[in-house]
Design a protein around this ligand. Structure first.
Ligand SMILES: [Zn+2]
Length: 360
């Protein structure tokens, strides 16, 4: 999600900011409260802890993050300099799984866009969400045959799949493989929503036959015309993660979709220069645990927190909070047979893979 900030939050934030400013003036302070995006943006490595998300997708942070490796047999990380290939271990495991499943479906491999910063939190540019390690952007461009260089990953332009005037999918670009990729992503139980441009949603509504139940998870939104946004639910072990509303039961192809093809959603923003929520947030606006997350010491090395098909996930859950459920990965590679893993052979002896508590 990257186009519009959440308007309903602005009055509150503006008021909060006004209070902070007043307090600072009263105290004779010169500098304003530091912005949360600057504090989180400055951290290059995650905090080592049990994997846990705090707060909401657009207002939170997470601990125990792991990095998706820059390359795998079935994916490449795009815009690597942004350092946004971090997520909750369950999210990273799922991206890896999707990349394998998609290739088996006939998609050459994933170009992975932004996931999260190492500790989540608001970003210096772009997205309103992606703050708790449970959102990932995947390009709608298949992975090219020749490996992309790091320079190409920074500069390669994305393919816009939707005509900006008609808001309809460009027919020459859309393929059944695109549909299959979205269907595969929606098939995972932990995926709660997939955000796509309204034109893409319409294309699916108009063409998907047979099982249409997965269309419920495909949600139209501004932007998302060169990538889709995959969001998973709050994971076990994250009692302070705030769940989103569940999507309605129907396929979403009726009235709510028709609204996107009226003039209303495309009217120019009345107040285009209004600051975005993520630009205003201070630590006081985030869940209180986020201060501890942003202050925690760095993981010992990038390698130690890079996902390797189970090992990093195991590191991230090595010290679960006493009252947290022992299993914090719902689709972790830890539960997959080694042969099914893109990173195999990587035997991980000596790091016990956590098991669910009996009765859980
Ligand atoms: Zn996104």
């Amino acid at each position: 999600m990257n186009l519009r900030s959440l308007p309903e939050r602005k009055p509150f934030l503006t008021a909060a900011l006004a209070l902070v400013t007043l307090a600072a003036l009263a105290a004779g302070a010169i500098s304003a409260e530091p912005r949360a995006k600057d504090l989180f943006g400055a951290r290059k490595l995650p905090a080592v802890a049990a994997a846990q998300s705090f707060g909401f997708y657009s207002k939170g942070c997470f601990a125990g993050g792991v990095a998706l490796p820059m390359d795998g047999p079935t994916w490449e990380v795009m815009r690597p300099s942004r350092n946004r290939r971090w997520g909750h271990p369950a999210m990273i495991a799922l991206i890896e799984k999707l990349s394998r499943d998609a290739q088996a479906d006939g998609w050459p491999g994933l170009l992975v866009g932004d996931v999260s910063q190492p500790r989540g939190g608001p970003m210096t540019t772009g997205h309103a969400s992606h703050q708790i390690g449970l959102d990932a952007d995947i390009w709608l461009t298949p992975m090219p045959k020749r490996p992309l260089t790091m320079a190409q990953r920074e500069s390669m332009s994305a393919t816009l799949m939707v005509d900006e005037k008609t808001h309809l999918v460009k027919e020459a670009l859309w393929t059944p493989q695109h549909t299959r990729l979205l269907k595969r992503a929606a098939s995972y139980p932990e995926v709660e929503r997939i955000l796509v441009n309204p034109g893409i949603k319409k294309k699916l509504c108009d063409t998907v036959t047979g099982d249409r139940s997965w269309l419920r998870k495909i949600r139209p939104f501004w932007g998302h015309d060169y990538h889709f946004h995959m969001r998973i639910g709050c994971q076990p072990g994250s009692p302070f993660c705030k769940a989103q509303e569940t999507t309605p039961d129907d396929d979403g192809c009726g009235k709510p979709l028709a609204w996107w093809f009226t003039e209303e959603p495309w009217r120019p923003n009345k107040n285009p220069d209004a600051p975005k929520a993520r630009d205003l947030m201070t630590m006081a606006n985030l869940p209180k645990q986020c201060q501890g997350v942003v202050d925690a010491p760095d993981a010992p090395s990038l390698e130690a927190v890079t996902y390797r098909g189970g090992s990093a996930a195991a590191i991230a859950v090595a010290e679960p909070a006493p009252d947290a459920p022992a299993e914090t990965i719902s689709s972790g590679a830890g539960s997959m047979p080694a042969a099914a893993n893109a990173f195999a052979p990587t035997p991980k002896i000596g790091i016990p893979v956590p098991r669910p508590r009996p009765g859980n």
